[in-house]
Design a protein around this ligand. Sequence first.
Ligand SMILES: Cc1cc2nc3c(=O)[nH]c(=O)nc-3n(C[C@H](O)[C@H](O)[C@H](O)COP(=O)(O)OP(=O)(O)OC[C@H]3O[C@@H](n4cnc5c(N)ncnc54)[C@H](O)[C@@H]3O)c2cc1C
Length: 409
Amino acid sequence: MSISLETPKKFALLVNQAHQVATEVFRPISRKYDQAEHEYPKELDMLAALIDGMNDGGEGGTGARGVRRDTSQDGDNKGANRNGTNMSSVLSIMEACWGDVAMVLSMPRQGLGDAAIASVANDEQLERFGRLWASMAITEPGFGSDSSKVTTTAVRDGDDYIINGEKIFVTAGGRSDAVVVWATLDKSKGRAAIKSFVVPKDTPGCEVERLEHKLGIRASDTATLRFTDCRIPAANMLGSPDIEDDNGSSGFAGVMQTFDNTRPLVAGMAVGVARAALDEIEDLLTEAGVEVDYDRPAYTQHAAAAAYLQMEADWEAAYLLTLESTWMADNRKPNSLQASMAKAKAGRTAVDITLRCVELAGSFGYSENSLLEKWARDSKILDIFEGTQQIQQLIVARRLLNKTSAELK
Ligand SMILES: Cc1cc2nc3c(=O)[nH]c(=O)nc-3n(C[C@H](O)[C@H](O)[C@H](O)COP(=O)(O)OP(=O)(O)OC[C@H]3O[C@@H](n4cnc5c(N)ncnc54)[C@H](O)[C@@H]3O)c2cc1C
């Protein structure tokens, strides 16, 4: 089965629309909301309604909800080679992040919790939660990378679960309607007892404690949430309530699967912001009379042109890995390895490219006269959340060497 490297024709309109939104909506307000940290970009409301309309209009889910692995369209999918909603989500997110990553992370009903719900909710849950803005709360004061260390508890009480614990660094945690909380049913049972629960934010006992001040993506709110005897219906648990043997760990594997769909999205964000910096530096090089010649070896060209060619090659690799992992998700192929490769490469590349572009543009790049300095700040998070650079490399190494998480850590 082959992979075509062109943007699928059926997504051309969507990609074009996302680019227009990035140019006409995000870029003009980008600096304003970077400076007004914690202020909600109200301009996003109308856009979010438009995306809702597209989702409701039977276009199969786009944005965060596009990550649902649809099993209804083509039977067992044997021999199929299709680009579906994962691809349309990633392509449109790339374009939107060419405009502003923080705006994309602030988009109502496009949270990582929405992607988790779209990925693993059953049809009844999708009906109840599919229209909410959901953030995703995994990280706690006691851990970040090692998500098997969850200490937030979920205790069954009749038809309910009672949640207790603290979650930190929750993107859109202040603004979202609901939060997908990772909690353990039984700390003694290890990772197999970790489940995710949809907690509506207006549930008594669910409290937003504070918002972070950050290096980048300042238009996106990052919250600390506290859950104190927070009672939710048992039917709000995503996935199976069974606790498998810790050795089997299939319960945990279920929640981890969400990442196979969301890591390509984050890789797409990184590809988008890196492209923005490349396009900006290309214009500056042209203005300065530096020509980039694709037909001559880099070492025969102006040093800035050679740097540009090197960055473009890196960008292309990140872009193609992102498309590959997304295409695999659309075709229901196991893509953990490729999703981590894409996330690692794209996260690192975005950080390198945006910072290098600041360097090439000199004082102009460092000043607030351009968005280059902002993109250099915004890109760093893409190499941290949804699994850091080092964690992605660890996952890739485990897969390639056929080692378990206990054997290689
Ligand atoms: C702006 C922002 C938004 C966020 N949004 C969310 C969100 O919406 N939901 C959520 O749950 N979390 C969120 N996070 C948290 C984020 O996912 C964590 O910060 C991330 O997982 C890393 O965890 P940590 O910060 O505790 O770092 P640590 O896990 O303490 O890691 C510190 C360093 O050690 C490295 N490291 C750790 N383990 C290993 C290892 N085994 N081998 C080699 N190196 C290792 C890491 O790569 C990192 O460089 C957000 C964070 C930020 C800053």
